[in-house]
Design a protein around this ligand. Structure first.
Ligand code: 13P
Length: 339
């Protein structure tokens, strides 16, 4: 393993003004997205949709890396060019989702454990040969009465750390994603408490497994009120709570924090990121995005599965990427949404 390569890749992924596109939906998840536009989930449809995003004019100004699903890493664009080749030409780093999904955690009703460690070293070797230089593993942490348990937090932290150490061994930068889910009626205080507990366990386990913090990225949720809460914290409070939580739990050696959007609207996800970058200067880590839905939703809507809308879909994606790039620098304004 070349530690310098890992560090260089991690830093390139959070280069100023740039962030990550999460386009690693499993077949089941992309099917749900396609259902919204009444589109059948075929391999060609998945290819056409993703090619529209990847080939959108100018996106390499705003997008540093793309997280792919296994099928897409091996797929070719309509003209026969492998997607990996397209990314390499654009200077965009290909990444791969390697977990095999969140399953029920035995003895812990309502809680999940992410699977995928078996055979992971061999899979990393193959993914590296195919061109992937970073990876993602997502842990799912639900909030409800008496949930999450310490059992769930520790089991997921352990799996994240085992994954991250294997990724680094194979010269792949791990994105470590402990997602505290926003569904529920909980307050922002409760989100802060649960997220803090989760992050403490994650960094303890990363240390135990000797993961190089300089060669990884953290992909967390923002500290938000539950989606069905009676009162929703405003943008400034979300920014302050989120940064306060990370200052307490995320070591300064980590080069970047790349947020998931988690079901926030595309505009709100941009506003929150912008508020953090505009308000807090000289933080130890870059604050960036690794959005799935918040980057793709407008593109999916504009495209609607119709070939004649490919240009409009690509333009909608490039626009959202540009606005999030501005939010990376704290330079986003509401005015930009209107132009
Ligand atoms: P969302 O931004 O839609 O939450 O997706 C990001 C992601 O990759 C979740 O694992």
């Amino acid at each position: 393993m070349s530690v310098q390569d890992l560090i260089a890749t991690a830093q390139a992924l959070v280069a100023p003004g740039k962030g990550i596109l999460a386009a690693d939906e499993s077949h089941a998840t992309i099917e749900k997205r396609f259902q919204k536009i009444n589109l059948a989930n075929s391999e060609t449809a998945r290819r056409d949709y993703r090619e529209m995003l990847f080939a959108a004019p100018g996106i390499n100004e705003y997008i540093s890396g793309v997280i792919l699903y296994d099928e897409t890493l091996r797929q070719k664009a309509a003209d026969g060019t492998p997607f990996v080749e397209l990314f390499n030409k654009l200077g965009i780093i290909p990444g791969i989702k390697v977990d095999t999904g969140a399953k029920d955690l035995a003895n812990c009703p309502g809680e999940k454990i992410t699977e995928g460690l078996d055979g992971l070293r061999e899979r990393f070797k193959e993914y590296h040969k195919l061109g992937a230089r970073f990876a993602k593993w997502r842990a799912v942490i639900n909030i409800a009465d008496g949930i999450p348990s310490e059992t769930c937090l520790i089991a997921n932290a352990e799996a994240l750390a085992r994954y991250a150490s294997l990724a680094q061994e194979q010269s792949i930068v791990p994105i470590v994603e402990p997602e505290v889910i926003m569904d529920g009626t909980h307050s922002i205080d409760r989100c802060e408490e649960v997220s803090s507990r989760a992050l403490v366990h994650v960094f303890n386990k990363l240390r135990e497994q000797r993961v190089r913090l300089e060669g990884m990225l953290l992909k967390p949720n923002m500290i938000l009120s539950g989606a069905e809460a009676g009162v929703h914290a405003d943008i400034r409070s979300v920014a302050e709570r989120t940064i306060k939580t990370f200052l307490r739990t995320v070591p300064a050696a980590v080069p970047g924090i790349v947020f998931l959007s988690g079901g926030q609207s595309d505009e709100l996800a941009t506003q929150h990121l912008n508020a953090m970058n505009a308000t807090f200067k000289n933080l130890p880590w870059q604050l960036s995005f690794s959005y799935g839905r918040a980057l793709q939703a407008p593109a999916l809507k504009a495209w609607a599965g119709k070939p004649e809308n490919l240009k409009a879909g690509a333009a909608a994606f490039a626009r959202r990427a540009r606005l999030n790039s501005a939010a990376r620098l704290g330079a986003y304004t509401a005015e930009m949404e209107r132009t």
